[in-house]
Design a protein around this ligand. Structure first.
Ligand code: FAD
Ligand code: NDP
Length: 310
């Protein structure tokens, strides 16, 4: 019987593991085997430069995650390279199923992250991370987006927030909204509307990303008139939502309308006692490596407290 099982191996999972191992909980981590299409180590393994993780002015995403993994192991975490298929949280001890085996645990930390939705446009595969990104806060400050016209696709709070953020670097931001109105909160919409550097095009969809080794343009279509045109852009940002990796929970932990695990404010406690959630799987607002690491730390401390109270 395990004291603590951690599912997921991004910054949240590894930070939880480091804290739990140092607290002598001997955590067992399932790091995933291309779970949700992402390598063990999580979303940062899919990027290049990370310039906003404190302590590292500049580090490659995969290297940062390799360092976190090494530190987890060094502290005493046991890592299994399997994806968790299902869990049974109906009674203690909780059961975790992976690689055809059953594992039992007193506490569980879910740190399985979320996956940004992609559009699968023609040209997207070729130009992904060569001018196309799904995270403006992460990538917007990179030199090749500076003083360029940048396009953002989406109409929610993320699209509004990311468009506003990108105005710091871009010469102009063109926000493409597929309907006649935005889904974003009124206050965010107002901010976009009054910003001198943001132009919003409603009833507009993207149909092809142009460029050979970097993004140079976007073919778009007005859905009312059917008219097609080309935008000259130096970068494209998707802000069309994320899918939290919670399918394997099969509804046993309470989630919100977007599928994110609900945690009690100020803690990582879920609707199930002894089950905690950390990182992007429970955070639809901040979605950063450092905030994931922060909640990973909280989850380990919450699990430790739960075990000692028991
Ligand atoms: P994730 O990193 O998503 O990791 C979750 C892990 O759990 C994955 O490896 C997944 O395979 C695994 N998993 C999922 N389901 C299961 C399962 N059933 N069983 C076992 N394992 C499972 N943030 C920054 O702060 N700075 C940046 O510069 C930055 N750049 C980014 C660039 C890109 C391209 C992307 C996509 C994101 C970027 N981010 C950046 C955001 C950052 O990567 C995320 O906020 C952070 O990785 C979330 O950490 P996490 O631990 O919650 O989950
Ligand atoms: P949402 O699901 O709220 O919005 C996604 C947007 O993308 C919608 O406008 C949708 O259009 C559009 N969209 C989806 N698919 C496509 C497509 N294929 N082509 C073009 N457009 C598409 O996601 P968000 O990430 O914006 O927000 C998720 C949650 O996080 C929300 O609850 C939001 O309030 C919250 N959030 C809060 C923030 C804050 O408070 N600061 C910041 C960021 C997010 P349509 O409207 O037509 O469906």
């Amino acid at each position: 019987m395990e004291q603590l099982i951690i599912i997921g191996s991004g910054p949240a999972g590894h930070t939880a593991a480091i804290y739990a191992a140092r607290a002598n909980l001997k955590p067992l981590m399932f790091e995933g085997l291309l779970a949700g299409g992402v390598a063990a180590g999580g979303q940062l393994t899919t990027t290049t430069d990370v310039e906003n993780y404190p302590g590292f002015e500049h580090i490659q995403g995969p290297e940062l995650m390799e360092r976190m993994r090494r530190q987890s192991v060094h502290c005493g975490t046991r890592i299994v390279t399997e994806t968790v298929d299902k869990v049974d949280l109906s009674k203690q001890p909780y059961k975790v199923f992976a690689g055809g085996k059953e594992f039992q645990t007193k506490t569980l930390i879910i740190a399985t992250g979320a996956t940004a939705k992609r559009m699968n446009l023609p040209g997207e595969e070729r130009l992904w991370q060569k001018g196309i990104s799904a995270c403006a806060v992460c990538d917007g400050a990179l030199p090749f987006f500076r003083n360029k016209v940048l396009a953002v696709i989406g109409g929610g709070d993320s699209a509004a927030e990311e468009s506003t953020f990108l105005t710091k670097f871009a010469s102009k931001v063109v926000l493409l909204v597929r309907r006649g109105e935005m889904r974003a909160s009124k206050v965010m919409q107002e901010r976009v509307r009054h910003h001198p550097k943001i132009e919003t095009q409603f009833y507009t969809v993207a149909i092809e990303v142009l460029g050979e080794d970097k993004v140079t343009g976007l073919k778009i279509q007005n859905t009312k008139t059917g008219a097609q045109s080309t935008l000259d852009i130096g970068g494209l940002f998707y802000a069309i939502g994320h899918v939290p990796n919670t399918e394997f929970l099969a509804g046993q932990v309470e989630v919100d309308t977007n599928g994110y695990i609900k945690t009690q404010p100020g803690t990582t406690k879920t609707s199930v006692p002894g089950v905690f959630a950390a990182g992007d799987v429970q955070d639809k607002v901040y979605r950063q490596a450092v905030t994931s690491a922060g909640t990973g730390c909280m989850a380990a401390l919450d699990a430790e407290r739960y075990l000692s109270e028991k």
